[in-house]
Ligand binder design. Structure first.
Ligand SMILES: [Zn+2]
Ligand SMILES: [Zn+2]
Length: 326
């Protein structure tokens, strides 16, 4: 019987018969495909960060990738969050949930209205934060229908993000910081903390991006008009973080892969963005004199970007990329 066809199989030792050109994959097309793949991976690996307000008047920020993300805290009106994200081309359907750090009003005030207007959202917080929130604030108990219980030291996932809540010292109920992993990239968030505890020390080690409280300038606090009991509450280990403590911590945690530091929860009465930034610049450069520090200008990135988050206005959307250290 005659052989039906005489096509050469690619494994037959005649690979030239099936060259890239014959298959329509010219070297140019292959190069284009590789570039597209790299760009796609770059888009995927780039994190988006935006703050909608930071401080005792209200806190809320967004962290996401090219397909989904989540909010941290809900102390800013939903309409402000929605509009700011929309301007950057991020629809609320990308937002999968709200993580709560603790139950103080400046972090939870708008939880229920956000849930009512965007019913696909889930609230991720520890059971004690949920109970504290329901006890302290006049909030509908229906918030429980959207609740996903999380526990300190136990990781959970949202989209491509793996999140580990950890203990921070503060005077709310069951206060959490968050360690966030996305592929090879890591980020740590801690707001409203009176001191750098061992868990904070641990979870901020080796991260690429930080969001950290830098609440007050000690001199301004001590000479300011606050009553003594309030000064004592702020200074307490369960209170808020001093610029100098935050700055020394950032300097200690600096490593070549650290790219962005966002200073949050700056006091209106006992701090200024200039003082918070100065403290951090001094502390980081004292340990690393040649380090170039920038302010997050997209066109002109330096070795380390340190940004003081504004109290009331939304920030631009920051595209956080890991530094290529090779
Ligand atoms: Zn707060
Ligand atoms: Zn608080």
């Amino acid at each position: 019987m005659m052989k039906k066809d005489s096509l050469v199989h690619p494994d037959s030792g005649y690979p030239e018969l099936f060259s890239a050109e014959q298959l329509g994959e010219t070297p140019l097309i292959l190069a284009q495909k590789a570039a597209e793949e790299e760009a796609r991976r770059g888009r995927m690996e780039t994190l988006r960060f935006m703050s909608f307000g930071s401080g005792s008047s209200g806190n809320c920020s967004y962290i996401g990738d090219d397909r989904s993300g989540f909010l941290i805290d809900a102390g800013i009106e939903g309409a402000v969050v929605e509009n700011a994200l929309k301007k950057e081309g991020i629809p609320m359907t990308h937002v999968k949930g709200i993580l709560l750090t603790h139950d103080h009003g400046d972090h939870v005030r708008y939880v229920y209205s956000l849930l009512r207007n965007h019913r696909h959202l889930l609230v991720y917080c520890t059971p004690r934060v949920l109970n504290g929130m329901l006890r302290r604030h006049s909030m509908s108990r229906r918030v429980k229908d959207y609740h996903r219980a999380i526990y300190k030291e136990f990781e959970f996932t949202i989209g491509n993000f793996t999140i580990t809540p950890f203990e921070v010292m503060h005077d709310g109920s069951d206060n959490c910081g968050f360690h966030i992993r996305h592929g090879e990239t890591t980020m740590a968030v801690a707001t409203d903390l009176g001191c750098i505890s061992e868990r904070v020390e641990h979870y901020f080690t080796g991260v690429n991006f930080m969001v950290l409280e830098s609440n007050y300038d000690r001199q301004m606090l001590l000479t300011g008009s606050y009553p003594d009991y309030l000064k004592a509450r702020i200074e307490h280990d369960n209170g808020h973080l001093d610029n100098q403590v935050s700055a020394a911590f950032v300097a200690r945690k600096w490593h070549p892969g650290l790219r962005y530091v966002f200073l949050c929860h700056l006091s209106n009465d006992n701090n200024t963005p200039t003082k918070a930034l100065e403290a951090h610049h001094q502390s980081v450069t004292a340990a690393n004199p040649n380090l170039r520090i920038g302010a997050g200008d997209r066109e002109n990135l330096t070795d380390l970007e340190i940004i003081a988050l504004p109290r009331f206005e939304p920030t631009p959307l920051y595209f956080l990329r890991k530094k290529n250290l090779t």
